[in-house]
Design a protein around this ligand. Sequence first.
Ligand code: NAD
Length: 418
Amino acid sequence: MSSVHAENAYRNAQRQFDIAADILNLDHGYRKLLRVPHREFTVNFPVKMDDGRVEMFTGYRIQHNLTRGPAKGGIRYHPDTDIDEVRALAMLMSWKCAVVNIPYGGAKGAVVVDPAKLSLGEVERLTRRYATEISFMIGPDKDIPAPDIGTNAQIMAWIMDTYSMHIGHTSPAVVTGKPINIGGSHGRREATARGLVYVLREACEQANISIAGAKVVIQGYGNVGGTSAMLLEDMGAKIVGVADRGGGVYNPKGIDLRVLQAHYEKTGTVAGSPGGDEISNAELLELPCDILIPAAIENQITIRNADRIKARIIIEAANGPTTPDADTILFDRGVLVIPDILANAGGVTVSYFEWVQGLQEFFWTEREVNAQLERIMVNAFETVHQMAQSRRTTLRTAAYLLAVDRTADAYRVRGIYP
Ligand code: NAD
């Protein structure tokens, strides 16, 4: 992902916000306020590398909005990230938390780095220094980071430990997505895919599409794409196409996920897996199917391919995979797009459960986590769907209407300080 894409991501996020603000007839002041991040922090910091050299890295933490509660959002380690990408993702987090009605504002963090090129020790030192640099912003009632692309449960553990060392006592609720043995939540790893599947089930029911027997194509075979594939197969769907960074595989009769998983574990990619034809990422998106799940990166469905997409439903596991222009084309063609801020909100929802459990020091079973997740996701889908029907808009615009209105409403009630 280049910085051009990242710039687009921020512009796209603002464009989408403007559409909702116009329909809501949002007061000019609130519009200016919600269109930009509240706080932006950039830090250039040194890390001692294994060979004794000192390398400089750039990190960000951006809080888009704090009106509905503390800020919440992941930390991305990626070589092509930049401030515009982080701004866009922070804004999306505000809307996502508002759509599922959990008491958070939105934030995002990033470090410009390819973690695969660093040793484990270097990643730990980089993480602890970055955590120290942003420590004045984060905290259980201020801003609660989580994993994102390039970061994981171990990195969250280091951030939690660093923060705890600074304040002199253990503070599990400062991050989510932690390992279970230090306060992580059951069901967090599968939460985004599980939430996505709950929403898809509701959408399919409305659209009279049966998941059993439906043909599904998935771009991205990571945490969300891979888990979604397994959950949907369990419900009787046929996964006909899968791709990742290395390329893809297609079998119109259905891919055997056990064969695919074994190949993936051996090679680190789904490309070249037996039991299907090789296919490029571009071809994958245009395959004949009922359900298409972009679960990789931004800007995959654009004006260049939107008129050739054959899926009846697109459900966005990734953040920002469809551009606003492509949205219009898909809407005109009758393709139902379930937007990221609704579809992938299961991750932040179970992060919220992890935070609640951490603050109460009282932990739930996986069954309890999944039941609460289902309740929140089904409720969010129904509210967005009803809004789309009554306003005659796309599900994306309806989700934005709901989110922007809830956030502006919190401002209205609290008032503008002083
Ligand atoms: P991951 O790193 O586990 O997997 C990403 C997958 O995308 C990998 O299979 C990778 O090979 C593939 N990919 C990367 N670049 C690609 C490209 N150019 N073309 C095709 N495939 C490519 O990440 P994840 O956690 O599964 O997240 C996937 C998406 O879902 C991201 O956009 C992320 O922001 C979003 N998301 C994740 C969560 C979560 O809880 N993990 C929550 C909300 C949103």
